[in-house]
Design a protein around this ligand. Structure first.
Ligand code: KE4
Length: 427
């Protein structure tokens, strides 16, 4: 595949941008080779600057759930832009967005907008600490909650990929109140609460972890986290930046029937523009400035154009019956890929939850990041590049989830599965 223009751009980018990218996972360091550059996307496709068309299973890491450049989102952005790009003054769309999220997610009685998922998670744990007057936070290894200092501890996503799950530049004091447990391990969490009586402010968890690939909560695990936090006066914080409004209209908490105390959101609620949010019980949210003692702010929080894009995304998802379609396409992709793996006699474990998925090159089940680490990453690299050369773009790391949109067609799935059958045969 000709990637001359991308190579030129990458050489130029390296002169001015660290690693040539504005976010590490885009750098292809986990799969080798150089990233391609995209200047156009529509529906399930992206086109690189050399004109190569790719079926996109990254969907800008989740936001493009209706596919890229959905007409309703583009028109909402154009309309909003005519009236100005930012006010720094309350605007009506912030109220519309807040009301809609509170309707869609019953556990959210009040919500605050931010400009990224990182900000949402950082703010949620500050709020949990302020509300409970406790310092310690439990997170799970392999889970990623953005690059906030105190949560970059055995984190997933790019941090895991580059082998620095505990980033440099973070004083030990900043993470001394962060306790890490293995995901899906009940006894580990019980032991932490027993050893830290009345000191745990909360648990922050990706209900369906998508930052070490993808794996699912074991039956009863999320219920256990809900019970043990309630029993110990700690808050349960669902990080739904990735799963929110994707795994169900009300996110993973609707799909699994759990009511967290706080939730964080991002990606889908911005429709591709920079948006994050955190919300939950009113008595907790009212601890936030200007009402309460927990400070949190943002110049572009509730930005009118971002609100317009996010609202268009959420409203269209509701209108078009997206979730049944996403489930169906997910089933088709899973079945096709597993057939291809079987016919090539390659051991693959494909974890899927609705329209999020990850294939691991291993014959063993993957229930947490330790299991994920046993997968064959050399095989993944070859698979990734073989598929890319065939016009199919999967996440450039074994430790990322794949995403399906309502714009993915049966023809896309067919082309993907055919290509996979060929690539897997030559692995
Ligand atoms: P952002 O700050 O990147 O908007 O959101 C951070 C975040 C928080 N919580 C979860 C569960 C997330 O998945 C993320 C960000 N996801 C990554 C993909 N693994 C974003 C891609 C990137 O870092 O470039």
């Amino acid at each position: 595949m000709n990637r001359t223009q991308s190579e030129k751009l990458f050489a130029e980018a390296l002169k001015y941008i660290p690693g040539g990218v504005n976010s590490p996972v885009r750098a292809f360091r986990a799969v080798g080779g150089n990233p391609f550059f995209v200047n156009r996307a529509s529906g399930s496709k992206v086109w690189d600057v050399d004109g190569n068309e790719l079926i996109d299973y990254v969907c800008t890491w989740g936001p493009a759930i209706l596919g890229h450049a959905h007409p309703k989102i583009i028109s909402a952005i154009k309309t909003a832009a005519e009236f100005g790009t930012s006010f720094g003054i309350p605007n009506p769309l912030e109220v519309t967005m807040a009301k809609l999220i509170c309707e869609l997610v019953p556990s959210v009685k009040k919500i605050r907008m931010t400009s990224s998922g990182t900000e949402a998670c950082m703010s949620a744990i500050r709020l949990a600490r302020g509300f409970t007057r406790r310092d310690k936070i439990i997170k799970f290894d392999g889970c990623y909650h953005g690059h906030v200092d105190s949560l970059l501890v055995r984190a997933g996503s790019g941090a895991l990929t580059f082998g620095h799950p505990d980033s440099a530049g973070i004083p030990a004091a900043f993470t001394s109140h962060t306790i890490v447990a293995p995901y899906n391990d009940v006894e580990a969490v019980k032991a932490i609460f027993a050893a830290n009586k009345n000191e745990i402010a909360g648990i922050i968890v990706e209900p369906v972890p998508g930052n070490a690939g993808l794996y699912l909560p074991k039956p009863g695990y999320l219920e256990f986290l809900r019970e043990i936090t309630a029993a110990n006066g700690a808050l349960l914080i669902f990080d739904e930046v990735m799963t929110g409004f994707r795994l169900a209209k009300g996110g993973a908490q609707e799909r699994f029937g759990i009511t967290p105390d706080l939730s964080t959101f991002g990606k889908v609620i911005g429709g591709g523009l920079p948006v994050g949010a955190f919300g939950g019980r009113a008595e907790i949210m009212d601890y936030l400035a200007p009402l309460g003692p927990v400070y949190q702010a943002g110049t572009l929080s509730g930005n009118p154009i971002a609100m317009a894009a996010g609202l268009a995304n959420l409203e269209e998802l509701d209108r078009c019956g997206a979730y049944d379609r996403l489930e169906k396409i997910g089933e088709q992709l899973e079945a096709g890929m597993m057939d291809a793996a079987k016919s090539a006699n390659i051991p693959v474990r494909l974890n899927r939850c609705g329209s999020m998925f990850c294939g691991y090159f291993t014959s063993e089940p993957v229930h947490n990041v330790a299991d994920a680490m046993h997968s064959d990453r050399e095989r993944f690299k070859k698979f990734f590049h073989g598929m890319l050369d065939a016009g199919v773009y999967f996440a450039p790391s074994q430790f990322e989830a794949g995403f399906i949109s309502t714009a993915h067609t049966a023809a896309d799935i067919e082309k993907t599965v055919q290509a996979a059958a060929k690539v897997l045969r030559n692995l």
